[in-house]
Ligand binder design. Structure first.
Ligand SMILES: Nc1ncnc2c1ncn2[C@@H]1O[C@H](COP(=O)(O)OP(=O)(O)OP(=O)(O)O)[C@@H](O)[C@H]1O
Length: 264
């Protein structure tokens, strides 16, 4: 359903600081894939997600979504097709608006209607039902400003907002990394629930190898802007952290002992 073909992207092209962040990257994502994405610092994980979302255009190569070439589509046009959650819980929501107003904006993501922060009684009834799904009791606080909520509550709502209009693909960029372990765990459970419930095609970047092995049906490892490992199905289920490390060393033979991958 989504193909990245021979994607190259560099920053500071032509200067001494040039960085080749994506290097002839090829990846085919199938409908219903839940792919965990790992790789050492600077491997190109966030750049991959940013390139999919249209934040950056590749220097060469193409991105094809359901047979549409979207390579040059601007970010706002792709937003109808892609839900996104970032590491920072403050990024996905507007602090000065209420929970209901934030949800109303998310719901209009796919419509051409202009910005209208108004929330009808019917909207509220719908939001109560939706917010109940995340199991934090926030359905009784729809009129509270989002800025009053904790990071975990905000991230759970951001996840709900990113999936409220079912996206063709959900992009999660270390979306639990800034949360305490207990909260991170509940946001991960919510992630699994929503992905399963809505049958979402998902790409989830994580530095936690246990999480990467446990979640999803497919795991890819990036290194220097290339996919160097792509495992799915039973082979993925059978993976262990030690094997993953061994495979990394076998392919690249490099020491990445200071990497966050090892610390999580
Ligand atoms: N906006 C930018 N301007 C310049 N260089 C960038 C930019 N974004 C990323 N890079 C560089 O591109 C390379 C890939 O970065 P990217 O953020 O995609 O890696 P990552 O795998 O997400 O790393 P991390 O796990 O550390 O977040 C790195 O060398 C990074 O410094």
């Amino acid at each position: 359903m989504l193909r990245l073909e021979d994607i190259c992207l560099s920053f500071h092209k032509g200067s001494v600081n040039e960085v080749q962040a994506l290097n002839s990257l090829n990846l085919t994502i199938h409908e219903g894939d839940f792919i965990t994405v790992i790789g050492s610092n600077g491997a190109g994980k966030s750049t991959l997600l940013n390139t999919l979302a249209g934040t950056y255009f590749p220097d060469s190569g193409s991105i094809v979504l359901m047979e549409n070439d979207i390579t040059r589509w601007p970010e706002y046009r792709r937003a109808r097709h892609m839900g996104r959650v970032f590491q920072d819980p403050l990024m996905g929501t507007c602090a000065s608006m209420t929970i209901a107003q934030n949800l109303a904006l998310a719901r209009r993501r796919s419509s051409k209607r202009s910005f209208r922060p108004g929330v009808t009684a019917a909207d509220k009834a719908y939001f109560r039902k939706e917010v109940h799904k995340i199991g934090l009791g926030l359905e009784d606080r729809l009129n509270d400003r989002i800025g009053l909520l904790s990071g975990g509550q905000r991230q759970a709502l951001t996840l709900l907002m990113a999936t409220m209009v079912r996206p063709d693909i959900l992009l999660l960029d270390e979306h639990t990394a800034a949360l305490d372990p207990k909260t991170a765990n509940s946001v991960l459970k919510l992630t699994e629930f929503l992905v399963e419930d809505l049958k979402l095609t998902t790409l989830m970047v994580t530095h936690n190898m246990n999480q990467a092995i446990k979640m999803g049906n497919r795991l890819i490892m990036l290194h220097q802007g290339e996919v160097i490992l792509d495992v799915s199905g039973e082979a993925k289920q059978a993976l262990t952290v030690n094997e993953l490390l061994a495979r990394f060393y076998a392919v690249k033979g490099e020491d990445f002992s200071s990497d966050r991958m090892l610390l999580s």
